[in-house]
Design a protein around this ligand. Structure first.
Ligand SMILES: Nc1ncnc2c1ncn2[C@@H]1O[C@H](COP(=O)(O)OP(=O)(O)OP(=O)(O)O)[C@@H](O)[C@H]1O
Length: 549
């Protein structure tokens, strides 16, 4: 631990105590040494006694800076762990932070490009277009084609700051886990690990550029989503250059209305996009907060989304996808038993779960939803509530499912904001039904066979050789089996012969003994015993040496 990290640690502890976060721990679970340590820091007082818990946490995170602000934002999406009130407070955290010095930005850009900015760009604007917790965005014109672009550059030293803060966070999380006990539903260590994966993904802009290109290619022919072009040859871990887009922020409903955007179509397209990304492409944008989504200004009657910031993308396994689709369908068919079964079959909950108890719990979650009009039912909330329920049954929620549930909540929230009567089921059902039919119908079989074709194409030339080798091996096998049989028969023959001689010798010895007692002449008796001994010797010698053949 360096002096710097000790100072940072002290700053974090001071902030936590200053906002009274220690008082939020249940008193009965706080051990004596924790209370003693708190008493030793008596000069740091809780100055927010009148503020409620969620708000105190929000203020503390705001005070601690960008890494904690982003952590708070992520935490706000873990509604399976936090109560709605706390999640609501944390969702209000804004990571629009003051820009950093343009000189530093330009220096970082030139270091990555290994060339002066004006050798590649015209009109570079030192005034940032936007400035967020991790990066800052500047506009320019690309010299080679005259197109408007943006340069997204990481904040100076942001990686070191993130790593140091993460280390501290995971130490605090481990301490908290110790205080609250392993079984606590907050699972601080798991949450911090989840955050680590998320934020580390955002720290590599080269990776973000690759994600953006992949998503762009998936939707090249789409009239629902546009992803700006990234100039991959100008993308590096700390710098990303992409096409500049013009759009209306999706949260600016007034501006969307003013230009006559077809909001119903837009909301429905949002749901379609989600299902297409998850089920068709298995590659979904998992950071769809309103700051990353813009709406086209052209043809507002047929509007499309513009997506930015592909740092966090999600994928599901084929199995998870199928279980998820079946889950949605089972939910709308009110088949709670099937939902419970699906959770167990998929391995999302332990196989030792009491299915009936779990089914009852799922029913308690789902049934009230059906008393609502369809346009008020929320897939995201259903999934969220089922996760919360499943936690009581010791579910290990897969990170990719949490990402998906979070994205679904965003999409739904967005859709309902755009068009409050949005009927998610009507929009999603045809898609899901078609997808399921494609998975299990004859077309799916044909498709799977088609997918196997390259494999068989590869293996086909080897088949005659394999057949020849197998036949040869078969012939050898028959030959060796025949030899084994011959050996066995010979062995049996020797065993029988030896047994016959031994029994005969025993009979002759017995006869010789009887003759010896009854006859005055002794030679027949000696002859019997002698030939008996001779036969015994021959029989003993002809015995097979070992029992194996
Ligand atoms: N291609 C672009 N064209 C126009 N503006 C852009 C473009 N890319 C980013 N911006 C602007 O910069 C802002 C920040 O970009 P982005 O969301 O990618 O950064 P970030 O650091 O990942 O922020 P956060 O993760 O907090 O959302 C966007 O909200 C948008 O206003």
């Amino acid at each position: 631990m360096t002096i710097k990290s000790l100072r940072r640690g002290y700053h974090v502890i001071k902030t936590a105590l200053h906002f009274g976060l220690d008082e939020l721990l249940p008193a009965q679970k706080t051990p004596w040494y924790f209370k003693l340590a708190r008493a030793c820091l008596f000069w740091i007082r809780n100055e927010h006694k009148d503020t409620i818990g969620g708000e105190r946490l929000k203020l503390a995170m705001q005070h601690l800076g960008p890494v904690y602000i982003k952590f708070g934002q992520m935490l706000s999406t873990r509604r399976d762990l936090l109560s709605d009130a706390w999640a609501h407070e944390l969702a209000m955290l804004q990571d629009r932070v003051p820009p950093f010095d343009s000189q530093l930005a330009m220096q970082a850009i030139e270091e990555e490009l290994k060339a002066p900015i004006d050798s590649l760009f015209d009109d570079f604007d030192p005034e940032p277009l936007a400035s967020a917790s991790i990066s800052q965005v500047h506009t320019a014109t690309l010299k080679s084609n005259g197109k408007s672009v943006v340069l997204k550059v990481l904040r100076p030293n942001v990686e070191a700051q993130v790593v140091a803060d993460l280390q501290l966070m995971s130490q605090c999380a481990n301490l908290l886990e110790m205080l609250l006990g392993q079984g606590n539903r907050l699972r601080p260590a798991e949450v911090v690990e989840d955050y680590r994966l998320t934020i580390m993904g955002e720290l590599n802009l080269k990776l973000e550029a690759l994600n953006a290109t992949k998503l762009r290619n998936n939707f090249l022919d789409s009239d629902a989503l546009y992803i700006p072009y990234t100039y991959e040859e100008l993308c590096f871990p700390r710098l990303m250059v992409m096409e500049r887009i013009e759009g209306i922020p999706v949260s600016d409903i007034d501006a969307l209305k003013a230009q006559g955007t077809n909001l119903k179509l837009l909301a429905e397209r949002g749901v379609e996009l989600f299902f297409t990304q998850v089920f068709r492409d298995n590659f979904f944008h998992a950071d769809m907060h309103p700051g990353n989504i813009f709406i086209s200004r052209d043809h507002p009657d047929n509007p499309y989304y513009i997506g930015l910031d592909c740092g966090i993308m999600g994928t599901l396994s084929e199995e998870d996808k199928r279980y998820l689709a079946e889950n949605f369908l089972a939910f709308f068919n009110r088949d709670y038993h099937r939902i419970a079964q699906l959770y167990i079959e998929s391995g999302w909950v332990s196989e030792h779960t009491d299915v009936l108890a779990f089914e009852q719990a799922v029913k308690l979650v789902c049934e009230p939803m059906f008393n609502k009009p369809l346009d008020e039912i929320s897939f995201g909330h259903v999934l969220l509530e089922i996760f919360r329920t499943a936690r009581q049954f010791d579910i290990v929620v897969q990170p990719q499912l949490v990402l998906l549930e979070k994205t679904l909540l965003y999409i739904e929230g967005l859709g309902r904001q755009l068009y409050p009567q949005l009927d998610l089921w009507q929009t999603a059902k045809p898609f899901l039904e078609q997808w399921m039919a494609e998975q299990v119908g004859p077309a799916a079989m044909l498709d799977k066979a088609k997918k196997q074709l390259p494999f068989w194409g590869d293996k086909l030339p080897e088949i005659p050789e394999l057949i020849y080798d197998n036949l040869k091996m078969g012939r050898k096998l028959i030959g060796s089996q025949q030899q084994m049989l011959d050996r066995y028969l010979k062995h049996q023959h020797r065993v029988h012969k030896s047994n016959y001689l031994l029994i005969t010798s025993a009979v002759l010895v017995i006869c010789g003994t009887l003759l010896f007692e009854q006859n005055a002449t002794l030679w027949p008796s000696y002859a019997c015993v002698g030939s008996g001994i001779l036969l015994w010797l021959v029989g003993w010698r002809s015995r097979p040496k070992n029992r194996k053949f």
